[in-house]
Write a protein that binds this ligand. Structure first.
Ligand code: PDD
Length: 286
C-alpha cells in the first residue's frame, strides 16, 4: 500500500506530497514539528505533544492553520488511512510560502503550511531495549532556544552522524561540562543512592513529553527524582543511565564514550521505568 500523507488540507500519496521551494520551512527552517508515538493504532500522550506544539508556535509567533482539535482529527485520519498499528506520526507547521525569500515574516496573509506523515516502528519490541545503547558525547553547538521544537536540526544531524559512525545509538550533547540532552532524546542517570536525575527544564533543552510522563510515573511510585544538570563523570559513576523520547520510550544506556556504566547491562530501574511507561502509554493512548 502506498503511504498517505497530509499536505495543507489534502490527503495524498506520499510520492505526491509536495510543498513549494519558497516554503519558509525549506528556506529558513522557519517551522515547528512534533512526533507522537502510535500504539495499537492509538496516539500516545498526544495532548502533551500538542500542548508543546502550541507553546512552540507561540514562541516564534507562528499561527497554526488548524485548531488543535482539527490537528488531532487529521492525525487520527492519517493513522486510519495508513492502517498504522505501531509507529510514529510526524507533523510540521511552517510559516508558509511567500512570493520571495524575505527574512522577516510575510506581510501578506500567507497561510502556514501543515504537513503530516506516518512511519511504522515497533517501539515496544525494539532490540535495543534489551541490549541497551552506547552513547558518545559531542559539544552542544545549538542555538539558545532549545525549548522550542524547531525544525532547525542541523546540529543534531551532525551529532547523530558522529554517533552513527561510532556505532552508538545516541549522542549526548555537552555544554560547560554538563550534559544538556541527547540528539533526539532526554538524558537520565540513576545515582549510587538511587536518585533519578535529569536536567531541569530551561531554554537549554527541549521539555520532553516522555521526560515529563516518566518523572510523574516515578514520583507516583515514591521513587526519588532530582531535576538538575549532571556531568559525564557523574554518569560514568552512576548505577544506570537511560534516555527517553516519543520514538524510543525509555531506552537503557550502557556506555558513554566507550566506558561502561554500572555492569554494562541495562539496569533494573531503566527496565522497570520502561515497563511502567509502556503500561501508561497503552492505558492512556487515544
Ligand atoms: N525528538 N530532546 C530533543 C532534542 C528531542 O529532539 C526530543 C524528541 C526529545 C524527547 O522529547 P519527547 O519525549 O517529547 O519525544 C528531547 C523526536 C522524537 C524527534 O526529533 O524525532
Amino acid at each position: 500500500m502506498d503511504p498517505i500523507a497530509y499536505v495543507n488540507g489534502s490527503f495524498v500519496p506520499l510520492a505526491d506530497a509536495k510543498i513549494s521551494v519558497l516554503d519558509r520551512g525549506f528556506l529558513f527552517a522557519d517551522g515547528i514539528y512534533e512526533v507522537s508515538a502510535v500504539l495499537d493504532g492509538k496516539l500516545v500522550d498526544n495532548a502533551s505533544h500538542l500542548a508543546r506544539l502550541q507553546r512552540s508556535v507561540g514562541e516564534i509567533k507562528l499561527r497554526l492553520p488548524e485548531t488543535l482539535d482539527r490537528i488531532t482529527e487529521i492525525q487520527k485520519e492519517l493513522i486510519a488511512r495508513n492502517k498504522l498499528e505501531n509507529g510514529l506520526v510526524y507533523l510540521q507547521v511552517t510559516r508558509g510560502a511567500d512570493k520571495s525569500r524575505d527574512f522577516p515574516f510575510p506581510k501578506a496573509d500567507v497561510k502556514s503550511s501543515l504537513v503530516m506523515f506516518t512511519s511504522e516502528k515497533d517501539i515496544i519490541n525494539a532490540p535495543v531495549a534489551k541490549t541497551g545503547i552506547n552513547v558518545i558525547t559531542v559539544p552542544d553547538i545549538r542555538w539558545e532556544r532549545r525549548d522550542i521544537k524547531s525544525v532547525a536540526l542541523l546540529a543534531q544531524v551532525l551529532a547523530k552522524q558522529v554517533a552513527a559512525e561510532a556505532g552508538a545509538g545516541e549522542a549526548w550533547m555537552l555544554q560547560d561540562g554538563y550534559v544538556t540532552e541527547g540528539g533526539s532524546s532526554t538524558a537520565f542517570i540513576l545515582t549510587r543512592d538511587d536518585v533519578i536525575v535529569t536536567r531541569q527544564n530551561s531554554n537549554a533543552i527541549l521539555p520532553g513529553c516522555t521526560r515529563k510522563a516518566v518523572i510523574a510515573l516515578a514520583q507516583e511510585r515514591q521513587l526519588r527524582v532530582e531535576e538538575r544538570s549532571f556531568t559525564v563523570a557523574e554518569a560514568l559513576a552512576a548505577k544506570e543511565a537511560f534516555i527517553t523520547s516519543a520514538s524510543a520510550f525509555v531506552q537503557p544506556v550502557i556506555a558513554v564514550d566507550g566506558k561502561t556504566i554500572g555492569d554494562g547491562k541495562p539496569g533494573p530501574m531503566a527496565t522497570r521505568l520502561r515497563e511502567i511507561y509502556v503500561e501508561f502509554a497503552k492505558a492512556t493512548a487515544v
